[in-house]
Design a protein around this ligand. Structure first.
Ligand SMILES: *Cc1c(COP(=O)(O)O)cnc(C)c1O
Length: 476
């Protein structure tokens, strides 16, 4: 086994290049090489078992290797594994489109059309180009070149998606290559400049004192110029650090977007398919966007597939005689991939057949209860949870909410310790992310939270000792 590990790790380090990874560190490290997975567990080539507390980077829904999804892929593989969606339709793509449209029937206004692509980034890319071209094809409209997005928003890594994002660490270098997009204050209550009040624990109090300055700022922006679209991750901004929006925010900004005649793009790449408790997060505020982007959990975490859903109004703007060139000139070679669509159909079927939403509701309460003790740790500044998504924000100073020096990589240290105890997750900066698949048991949630508690406790006290020693040396 160890020989196999050495061989695979050597090949990995010699020939591959990992995403968002400083490879000089990776090459010196002892990376986990996975070979199989089942339910909430993944197994590495050395035979070690880990609880997947990160749902394989937010993609997995019902657990690894769910037999229903596996069988659907196998069955489709025997029939048709790929065909071009450019020129042909295929069976699972038709069925899935109808299914997705039907799921949006519960929203106040239906979404009627499904445009397939491969990843979250491409779903956003489609939304960006679609909304831009939509305005080009409106009579009496000047081209709208600018987009509005929230501070800290993340919408993917292709250039269009990076343009919509505002993560300083990622988009800084690429600025010269990007299309123009403005940012507006996000409803990040823990660091709200208007209300230096409370972490999420005292949210009720916060809600009473909140004057929705963030909504007013968005409104001001939307009135200041004609944006092509306002793009928002509803309910939870993932990469921003699992920033859970206060209830009411989405409904308010959706109203503002409509009143100012701006298209609303909702990026539900992370939040959809049960992650926040419902099929789509926007349903919780009775909001329908003009464009809805789906990916990650769409296939239950098995195949890369994405979809951009839109309204009849947007779709109609692209109809005309061929020579009018209103066609949406966009597509990929794997658009509408039958294996992905078959996996997605099976994934959606499981929600109905296995009472998944009831299960998520129960697990959500278990997670909340298990996170409660973490508030007692002196360096836990905030704990934010929505559905089965949680972010635990570590701070140097609980009172001032002052962060650790980023070079210390506190979040990474905690996750490294957790990994040694068999719990796999990734931080975002100093926010520890917990996002287990829906097949976890209450006991496994307890275990995850206990391991994270210990890892935070150990890592923060080690760093405090180190910082104290450095301080003392300075004084000498
Ligand atoms: C992950 C993510 C994306 C990008 O999706 P990829 O499949 O990684 O391209 C976009 N938006 C949000 C909100 C995400 O979480």
């Amino acid at each position: 086994m160890n020989q196999k590990y050495r061989q695979l790790a050597k090949l990995d380090k010699k020939y591959t290049w990992h995403p968002f990874t400083q490879m000089s560190e990776w090459i010196k490290s002892d990376p986990i090489i996975l070979t199989r997975a089942k339910g909430p567990h993944v197994f590495d080539v050395r035979g070690r078992r880990y609880l997947d507390a990160n749902s394989s980077i937010w993609t997995n829904t019902h657990g690894h290797g769910h037999p229903r999804i596996r069988r659907a892929i196998e069955k489709q593989l025997r029939k048709l594994s790929h065909s071009s969606y450019l020129g042909q339709g295929n069976e699972p793509a038709s069925l899935l489109a109808e299914k997705l449209v039907r799921l949006t029937r519960k929203l106040p206004r239906p979404l009627n059309r499904v445009f397939y692509s491969d990843d979250g980034s491409t779903a956003l890319e489609v939304a960006l180009k679609m909304s831009f071209q939509y305005w080009l094809q409106q009579k009496k409209e000047k081209p709208r070149r600018r987009f509005l997005a929230l501070e800290g928003s993340y919408h993917g890594d292709t250039l269009g998606a990076v343009s919509l994002s505002h993560v300083p660490l990622f988009d800084g270098k690429f600025k010269p290559l990007l299309v123009k997009s403005d940012q507006v204050m996000a409803p990040s209550c823990y660091r709200c400049p208007f209300n230096r009040a409370k972490p999420a624990r005292e949210n009720a109090m916060l809600a009473r004192r909140c004057n929705w300055e963030c909504v007013a700022l968005a409104e001001k922006k939307l009135k200041s110029r004609k944006y092509a679209a306002f793009v928002v991750e509803p309910a939870v901004q993932g990469v921003a650090g699992m920033v859970v929006h206060p209830p009411g925010y989405l409904a308010r900004i959706a109203r503002t977007a409509r009143r100012t005649n701006t298209l609303l793009i909702l990026d539900e790449v992370m939040t959809a398919f049960g992650r926040t408790g419902t099929m789509f997060a926007c349903a919780q505020e009775r909001v329908t966007p003009d464009l809805l982007c789906l990916a990650k959990g769409l296939t239950g975490g098995t195949m890369p597939l994405a979809a951009t859903l839109t309204t009849e109004r947007v779709f109609q703007a692209f109809l005309g005689e061929f020579h009018e060139l209103k066609t949406f000139f966009h597509g990929h070679s794997y658009t509408g991939n039958p294996l992905g669509c078959a996996a997605a159909l099976a994934n959606l079927e499981i929600f109905e057949r296995e009472g998944t939403f009831d299960r998520i509701r129960r697990l959500e309460r278990v997670l909340a209860r298990c996170l409660e003790p973490l508030w007692n740790l002196p360096h836990v500044g905030d704990i934010r949870q929505k559905g089965l998504v949680a972010g635990i924000e570590l701070v140097k100073n609980w009172k001032t909410r002052g962060p650790y020096p980023w070079q210390e990589r506190m979040g990474a240290k905690v996750c490294h310790l957790a990994k040694k105890k068999g719990v796999l997750t990734r931080p975002i900066g100093d926010v520890i992310v917990l996002m287990p698949p829906y097949c976890v048991t209450p006991r496994q949630i307890e275990r995850i939270c206990r391991v994270i508690y210990d890892a935070i406790s150990l890592s923060t006290s080690a760093l405090e000792r180190k910082l104290a020693r450095a301080n003392e040396n300075d004084r000498r």
